[in-house]
Structures are given as structure tokens and as C-alpha cells.
Design a binder for this molecule. Structure first.
Ligand code: 5GP
Length: 183
């Protein structure tokens, strides 16, 4: 089973994904590759941090399920093993590629309670210039628009209260599993 979690940068996708795997032990979070430099808080667990050259070599070798450029950096999901059940925390263009290849993948988007709150959360990260923060906010609005207009999103969840959002995503995934007879 593949579960895609996407939504604007800063909306809390990673916290939700971590909470969900705490509830559903057979799911794991896929570790992406990126050409973005690590933030001070990040470790090798966060991403496989690689050079652009290394990334493009992996693209040429067909090693990604999907990949996309986001604000000047490349991000990609390594092809999961056939039996793995994974959560992919990815932006919307990557999510569309996964849905094209694997239509049975479950796509959940996370939205903020309002745009002021999203702007605050992006600012609180504090590692970027105001211009970069503004680009993330604008990009985030586009992502929600593209996702909703694609009509491929299975479920939208508002992340106002983190525990509630984790519960809603968890229940949705378990409901889909029960309905499909998987696992
Ligand atoms: P950040 O730089 O904030 O870690 O990530 C920027 C955006 O890229 C986020 O929306 C994040 O979910 C997304 N992202 C992370 N990994 C991947 C990936 O493997 N593929 C795609 N398409 N997007 C990713």
C-alpha cells in the first residue's frame, strides 16, 4: 500500500506522518533524496542528501518512482520494494506522478486552518529569507489548487490540532485497508 501525504510547505505533513506510523506499525515513511542542503535540525534520517549530479545520475538509472523540482532543489522517491507499505511525504507534482503510475495509491492532502497560520508556521522555521518564505507560501497555495483541481485527492484533512489530524489520517488509512481487504 502506498499513502501519499502532500500539502503546503509548513502545514505539518512530517509531524502527521510520524504520528501515523506510531499508530500503524506496518507503514513506514519513505526516505526521499534531495539536492537541498540539510537544515541544522536535520539528520541523515530526514533525507538522503546528495549533489545535483548524483541525483540526475539516479534519474538516468530510473531509480525514482517520482521526482520533481521544488524551489530550485530536486526531490525524489526511490522505487519502493514491492511488498513495502509506505507513506510518501511529497509535493503535489510528485503526487500526481505517483497517482498516474499507481492509481490505487491513497492520496491525502493536509491543509492549514487558515493562511495566516500557515504564514506563521513557515516563518517560525526561521531558516529562510523573507523572500524564500513568501515563495513557500505562494507555492503552497498553488499546490492545494492543483491537487483539488486534479480530482485525484482521496481525502483532505485540516491540521489545526495535530493529534486530531493524526487520528483522522490514521482512521482514513485503516478504513481504506478494511474496504480493500488488504493486509
Ligand atoms: P523541504 O525542503 O521543506 O524539506 O521540502 C519541500 C517540499 O518537497 C515539501 O513539500 C516536501 O514534502 C516535498 N518533498 C520531500 N520529498 C519529496 C520527494 O521525494 N518527492 C517530491 N516530489 N517532493 C518531495
Amino acid at each position: 500500500m502506498l499513502v501519499i501525504i502532500s500539502g503546503p510547505s509548513g502545514v505539518g505533513k512530517d509531524s502527521i506522518a510520524r504520528g501515523v506510523i506510531g499508530e500503524i506499525p506496518w507503514l513506514e515513511i519513505s526516505r526521499s533524496w534531495t539536492t537541498r542542503p540539510p537544515r541544522p535540525t536535520e539528520t541523515d534520517e530526514s533525507y538522503n542528501f546528495v549533489s545535483r549530479e548524483e541525483f540526475l545520475k539516479a534519474v538516468a538509472q530510473d531509480r525514482f518512482l517520482e521526482w520533481a523540482e521544488y524551489l530550485g532543489n530536486l526531490y525524489g522517491t526511490p522505487i519502493p520494494h514491492e511488498d513495502d507499505s509506505a507513506i510518501l511525504v511529497i509535493e503535489v507534482l510528485g503526487a500526481l506522478q505517483v497517482k498516474a503510475l499507481r492509481p490505487e495509491a491513497v492520496w491525502i492532502i493536509i491543509v492549514p486552518p487558515n493562511l495566516d497560520e500557515l504564514a506563521r508556521r513557515i516563518k517560525d522555521r526561521g531558516t529562510e529569507t523573507p523572500e524564500q518564505q513568501a515563495a513557500r507560501l505562494e507555492g503552497g497555495k498553488d499546490e492545494v489548487r492543483i491537487a483539488i483541481n486534479s480530482r485525484l485527492v482521496d481525502r483532505a484533512v485540516i491540521n489545526d490540532d495535530l493529534a486530531l489530524a493524526i487520528g483522522q489520517v490514521t482512521r482514513y488509512i485503516l478504513g481504506r485497508v478494511a474496504a480493500s481487504g488488504l493486509t
